[in-house]
Design a protein around this ligand. Structure first.
Ligand SMILES: Cc1ncc(COP(=O)(O)O)c(C=O)c1O
Length: 413
């Protein structure tokens, strides 16, 4: 990795913490003692607002209110309400986002709906290195709809967007490398040739600002359990630009997407607006957890969050340059083209990550050789970054990662 001229000291790092405008947000989270959590890009940490809210939902709303809580505790409008809270984080209007289902399911719904808006066109353009579910769902939709799915290297995507293309389906921040697409540029190019764009915002929402409306984006999906901290398997969200609402024809025509679900009529009639993106009964406890978790973003300026994230990921890269040997960098050095993560590469990445986790520094491993570190800056300090690199250096210097216990592959990496 590159060498920098000026050595970074612990005093430099302390100065960054002293000037951190988001330092107070750490206290909004319940983090275990002795853990440096660099895996908020897989599963966000637990916000302190969640346990009391969940306890009320379970003991009172479910336990006492029973079925009445769909009305009395406002369970029924939760998908719209939670979507509306996510909207400002991704540059959307409140009635353009709804919380429901999983990212994979929402992707299926929007890809089919988008293909139906471009009759006569059959091509979906995507990226080879996209998260597998994006690739699998696009392939499945192509098979179902007699379309073709073309997956390309990231640098080849822009030039492949021509008049044959119905949909460009990309993940804004790549899950492995952290590389960011220029949302406005890709969307502009797609619209110039009459194509639509679907953005996966799993590694964007809550990690960095994003301006769907400003970019004139058509569709987006994303998950609630990473940087939004909604909890394991939290409901996902889906965005559809208002101009597409009237023509929106999604394939999973369940009763919660019906215009009058409680009239129990025989024929399907889509609800107006985003409500038609709903399918069946919402995962209510998941929505309640996600809604409480989103309180951590109240009053947070996403531009300030982005600036902290850029400085923090930059510090991690520069300390890795300074302290470590034998590692590569899979993430762009230019902060403007990097999400809130840093991916180091090492042929023994799996064992090294296991040794690191055993020492309380939690990141994750992505095959074949990536050690992935996510920076959820609401609950991380610059001192955490210093300590994480110091621990990694120690693991390498002492060769502790060679111990047999760190070689055994677990089911979830
Ligand atoms: C870019 C991206 N899309 C989708 C998913 C997961 O989708 P789902 O929540 O449906 O499992 C992930 C999970 O890590 C992801 O990184």
């Amino acid at each position: 990795m590159n060498a920098h001229t000026k050595t970074i000291t612990r005093q430099d790092v302390a100065k960054l913490d002293a000037a951190d405008p988001l330092a107070h947000c750490r206290d909004l989270f319940q983090l275990p003692e002795g853990v440096i959590y660099l895996d908020g890009n897989s599963l966000g940490a637990l916000p302190k607002s969640v346990p009391p809210r969940m306890s009320r939902a379970i003991e009172q709303e479910w336990g006492v209110g029973l079925i009445r809580s769909w009305n009395d505790a406002d369970w029924y409008p939760a998908p719209q309400r939670v979507g509306g809270r996510i909207a400002p984080l991704i540059g959307a209007a409140v009635d353009e986002v709804i919380a429901a289902d999983s990212t994979s399911v929402n992707l299926f719904k929007v890809l089919v709906a988008a293909l139906r808006m471009r009759p006569g066109r059959t091509r979906i353009v995507g990226e080879i290195g996209n998260f597998p579910t994006d690739v699998y769902v696009a392939s499945g939709v192509a098979e179902l709809m007699n379309a073709d799915f073309v997956a390309l290297e990231p640098d080849a995507v822009l030039d492949a967007i021509d008049e044959r293309v119905a949909i460009v389906s990309l993940t804004h921040v790549n899950y492995k490398t952290g590389r960011v697409y220029d949302m406005a540029e890709i969307t502009r190019r797609a619209h110039a040739v009459g194509a639509l764009v679907v953005w996966d915002l799993c590694h964007t929402a809550g990690a960095m600002p994003c301006d769907l409306n400003g970019a004139q984006a058509d569709f987006a999906v994303g998950c609630g359990y990473k940087y939004l901290n909604g909890g394991p398997g939290a409901p996902a969200f889906v965005y559809v630009a208002k101009r597409h609402h009237a023509a929106l024809h999604q394939p999973l025509t369940g009763w919660h997407g019906h215009a009058r679900p409680f009239e129990f009529v025989h024929g399907y009639e889509p609800a107006p607006g985003m409500d038609r993106m709903l399918v069946g009964t919402a995962s209510q406890l998941g929505l309640i957890s996600l809604e409480a978790a989103l309180e951590a973003f109240d009053g947070v300026d996403m531009a300030v969050l982005r600036s902290k994230s850029e400085v923090m990921t930059d510090l991690f890269i520069r300390l890795a340059d300074q302290e470590l040997t034998g590692f590569g960098l899979a993430t762009p050095r230019d902060a403007a083209t990097r999400g809130s993560q840093v991916s180091l590469t090492h042929p023994e990445g799996y064992a090294i990550m296991q040794a690191l986790i055993a020492r309380g520094v939690i990141g994750d491993f992505r095959a074949p050789n990536i050690l992935r570190f996510g920076f959820a800056v609401l609950y991380l300090s610059f001192d955490d970054v210093w300590n994480a690199i110091a621990t990694l250096k120690d693991i390498m210097d002492t060769k502790v990662w060679m111990e047999p216990e760190f070689q055994q592959r677990k089911a979830v990496t």
